[in-house]
Design a protein around this ligand. Structure first.
Ligand SMILES: O=P(O)(O)OP(=O)(O)OP(=O)(O)OC[C@H]1O[C@@H](n2cnc3c(O)ncnc32)[C@H](O)[C@@H]1O
Length: 223
């Protein structure tokens, strides 16, 4: 059994559709660290949640990165969805010449144990294809090239190990269409279809979360 630490049932639906193991929503609203890096936020959350949960946990920190706004709202997407709303985010983007955007997610796994997989030189597994099942051990080592977040990801000396899996999907922002999904799905179009017009399985097949879950699932069964 795997605890998916989230207040968002949409994320759990997507993970359940993907993983063979039983996935249970663990509604634990951990204090999110303020960081420009999804990995740092997810790693921190996974450690906090593991201490509160009875078993292994995954935390997914995700966001919408809009090209015209240099990646805004990124890690602050949940806040912007609540305070600004997806209609106004679309209206802000509409006058821009570039409507490009990407969803990104980092899944952090923690079970209180160390991991045996070999760390990849150069950082967290940032590949995009579901066929790359590698994560990285981040216990107590500042192993990434980023400027501000190495220490937050590594968690300092003696910190519980976490393993990170990233997924990204490019797309275009459009006027809202569709009833499915959650969050910014109605204004995010990929290959002519918004995520809100897709079924959960269709979205998982191409989405940031699906890609990260694929990497996680492949590692999880063989770890
Ligand atoms: O933190 P938890 O409790 O898991 O739930 P959350 O929904 O607040 O999750 P995040 O902190 O990861 O915030 C991500 C925000 O990014 C947006 N988002 C992330 N993944 C998305 C997806 O697959 N489809 C649409 N919007 C998404 C949405 O606005 C989320 O609120």
């Amino acid at each position: 059994m795997l605890n998916f630490v989230t207040t968002n049932p949409g994320k759990v639906r997507e993970a359940t559709a993907y993983l063979d193991d039983e996935v249970v929503q663990f509604d634990f609203d951990y204090p999110e660290v303020q960081a420009d890096d999804l990995g740092a936020v997810a790693a921190h959350g996974a450690r906090e949640a593991y201490r509160a949960a009875d078993g292994p946990v995954i935390v997914d920190d995700a966001g919408l990165f809009i090209d015209a706004f240099d990646g805004f709202p990124g890690p602050y997407s949940s806040y912007v969805e609540d305070r600004v709303g997806i209609d106004r985010v679309w209206r802000m983007t509409e006058p821009e010449s570039d409507h490009g955007a990407a969803f990104k997610t980092v899944i952090a796994y923690c079970d209180g144990e160390g991991f045996t997989a070999t760390p990849e030189p150069g950082g967290v597994d940032r590949g995009e294809t579901p066929s790359e099942p590698r994560g990285q051990d981040l216990a107590g080592e500042a192993s990434r090239g980023g400027a501000t977040t190495d220490e937050q990801v590594a968690g300092g000396e003696g910190a519980l190990p976490v393993k990170l899996f990233e997924g990204r999907v490019p797309g275009e922002l459009v006027a809202p269409r569709g009833e499915g999904g959650f969050g910014f799905d109605p204004i995010f179009e990929h290959d002519g279809t918004t995520f809100a017009e897709m079924s959960t399985d269709e979205k998982n097949a191409v989405s940031h979360r699906g890609r990260a879950l694929a990497k996680f699932a492949e590692w999880y069964v063989t770890r």
